[in-house]
Design a binder for this molecule. Structure first.
Ligand code: NAG
Ligand code: NAG
Ligand code: NAG
Ligand code: NAG
Ligand code: NAG
Length: 265
């Protein structure tokens, strides 16, 4: 149908072929930032905005993201998930710019968007993919010293799943345990936890590296650990309690004695 419409316009010589194009078919959008999904169409010098229909829709479920016709925004059928977050560049609309501005980017915004434009000259559409990304936050280090080993843990949040490695001072990769989980309370960002355990008897100079390849983010942190001055060792929480118990009992006893004495006098 589209094809025949084009042939028709060509035959009656209304204009050159009407076309809708996207400068970038894939756009990376950052968490809580604003993004512009570019879309342009062959403008008509004479008719202005009359007869122009611009619709932005999600490809996967046809949700309406934004629409424009009768020379104004038409947001009655806009999906609630896009409410107050979209806009067109009205001053440039007549010159062929149907780009969409989307603010407060969230992980759920990732996906394919269809930019459809109809004018008196024809109708066409183009697909633009929004790729969601979030910079990983400053990683938080936790060090736990046990009897036989030391464990290092880094925690951070971002998107998408990063590459993580730990290397020793000779540049060897150390085996570690890394978990990435999706956390609801952080707006759908990924929560990263990576653990490394080392024998306590040796000191170590390590480097932790996190790489978010999609957005060229690299976080590199040196970690130094010296075993000097860590002599005393209690094996388990129960042992610690056992060590604390006698002084506590003694204290209670003394308090009871004083109380007794004070009451009598
Ligand atoms: C449309 O206009 C906006 C605002 O001036 C600009 O950022 C964008 O690059 C334009 N897009 C196209 C496809 O011309
Ligand atoms: C959108 O903005 C209007 C007016 O500022 C406000 O009343 C409404 O609650 C907002 N809706 C959402 C979903 O943010
Ligand atoms: C490290 O020490 C902790 C506490 O003593 C223990 O639970 C853990 O299994 C140890 N890890 C290794 C690899 O020995
Ligand atoms: C260590 O592992 C990372 C990721 O798996 C890899 O990119 C890097 O080249 C490795 N380094 C060495 C020295 O093997
Ligand atoms: C770590 O680096 C420090 C300072 O450069 C050095 O004194 C120490 O011997 C190193 N430790 C190990 C285990 O390589």
């Amino acid at each position: 149908m589209l094809f025949s419409l084009r042939i028709y316009s060509f035959i009656i010589g209304l204009s050159a072929a009407f076309e809708v194009r996207a400068p970038n078919r894939q756009v990376v959008a950052f968490y809580r930032q604003t993004v512009v999904l570019g879309c342009s169409y062959t403008p008509n010098r004479d008719s202005g905005l009359g007869g122009l229909v611009v619709t932005w829709q999600r490809v996967d479920d046809s949700r309406v993201v934004h629409s424009f016709y009768y020379e104004k925004d038409q947001l009655d059928r806009q999906s609630p998930s896009y409410k107050n977050r979209t806009g067109l560049f009205h001053s440039e609309l007549a010159t062929g710019n149907a780009s969409l501005r989307l603010v407060q980017i969230q992980p759920e915004d990732s996906g394919h968007y269809l930019c459809s434009v109809s004018s008196l000259q024809g109708t066409d559409k183009v697909d633009v993919q929004l790729i969601f990304a979030a910079f990983y936050t400053e990683p938080r280090l936790t060090v736990q010293v046990h009897c036989s080993n030391v464990s290092f843990r880094y925690e951070s949040k971002g998107y998408p799943e990063p590459e993580v490695w730990w290397i020793d001072s000779e540049g060897r990769n150390l085996s570690h345990h890394t978990e990435v989980s999706s956390s609801k309370e952080d707006d759908g960002l990924l929560f990263l936890q990576t653990n490394l355990e080392l024998d306590r008897s040796i000191g170590a100079n390590l480097t932790f590296t996190l790489k978010n390849r999609l957005i060229n983010q690299v976080i590199e942190r040196p970690v130094s650990f010296s075993n000097a001055g860590l002599g005393y060792c209690t094996n388990s929480p129960r042992n610690r309690l056992a060590l604390l118990l006698p002084p506590l009992l003694l204290l209670c006893f003394i308090v009871a004695l004083i109380w007794n004495h004070w009451k009598k006098s």
